[in-house]
Design a protein around this ligand. Sequence first.
Ligand code: FAD
Length: 391
Amino acid sequence: MPRRIDTYLKDLVAEEKFAFYESVRDFADAEIAPKLLHWEREHVLVPDECIQRMGEMGLFGLPIAETYGGQGGDHTDLVLMGLAVAYHSQSVAITPGAALSLGAKPLQLCGTEAQKRAHLPDLATGKRMFAFGLSEPGRGSDAANPEVTAVKKGSGWVISGEKCWATNAHWASHVVVHALTNTNGPNGKRSTCFIVPRNQKGVFYQEMKGKKVWEQSSTGSVMFDNVEVPHEAILGAENDGFKVMVTTLNGGRLFIAALALGSLAFALDKCRVYAEERIQFDNKPIGRFQRVQDVIVDMDIALERGLTWLLHCCRLYDQDRLSREQAAKVKVDCSRTASDLLVLAMEICGGVSCFDEFGLIRHHNDLFVTRVGEGSNFALKDLIVRPLRGN
Ligand SMILES: Cc1cc2nc3c(=O)[nH]c(=O)nc-3n(C[C@H](O)[C@H](O)[C@H](O)COP(=O)(O)OP(=O)(O)OC[C@H]3O[C@@H](n4cnc5c(N)ncnc54)[C@H](O)[C@@H]3O)c2cc1C
């Protein structure tokens, strides 16, 4: 049976974009899907060869301008890559996904020409990655008020404190650190972003152990012990760091929605096939039961609706017309709907769902991250409700 997601995407995007999607889909089928179980059972991060292959395919440079060594594409390309790879593995998809939507994006949005020339060409090929240092052990949703501080010293700054849950920290050459610089400033104007090399004296990285979601993705804690950086390390304007971070998150949230829909697309195909192949009671498939059909139909509706909405948001984002509320809404809806339906999809497939080989449990676990990552859904609803209350 052809993939249901392909049927929809073919109508939703231009021919050349669909051809690009197909090329990434075929790569993921051939070079990721057959190795995934082994990587999971061996508890390894995305292997270097896989990162290198994705770099050769240009996946780390999709929306980076050609003048900086990228592919000169747009956010739709990034989201199509996310859909194609997340169909098998969100962990693998988030590696170039976060490298671009969280790592390179703040530089593209707010970097000086010198900063872009210094970093974007290597970021565009995957030779270098930036990690996004917003969250801290004591600051998740309340990210506007970091406990990490940066204090002026001579012509530079001294950074202290800890960032956590930083995706791609293992491969990161630099961390974009969001630090408190103006304690008494108005809310949203108290912090500044700095580009800090991960191998700088006083920077200590540790992979966070025990994570049972996105298992092949690197998630690190990074300590800053009186790390001295020059003034030129500032990304964007002084005391405007929160704006740098939240503007970046709009695109990141669209990518998280793509991960959720990639997982949903896999589960839908898995259930459609299983429901026809699982024969019980009078030698007939379980797909004849209306309750089984209900779940499959709901997954199909959610997939078509989610893809249509997400690709619409991508177009608005590329035209610089997507509001924070719109990005938050599509992320909340796709992640919540896909993860709710995944539980029902597993129920349809019964006992086999509990085994890694079958694939659904991986997507079930990974979908949880899409609910909390890049803004927990409950916290994002605070944002979504503002225009509804006239704020
Ligand atoms: C695998 C993984 C990768 C990640 N990668 C990165 C990364 O690369 N960079 C980075 O900076 N961070 C990253 N994060 C962190 C992620 O963005 C945070 O987990 C998220 O912002 C939520 O913060 P928290 O976990 O501290 O939850 P908390 O802020 O403690 O919130 C807990 C719960 O409280 C409720 N809540 C909180 N605030 C509100 C509110 N305003 N209104 C209503 N309810 C609320 C919600 O139910 C929420 O889920 C990652 C996290 C994970 C799990």
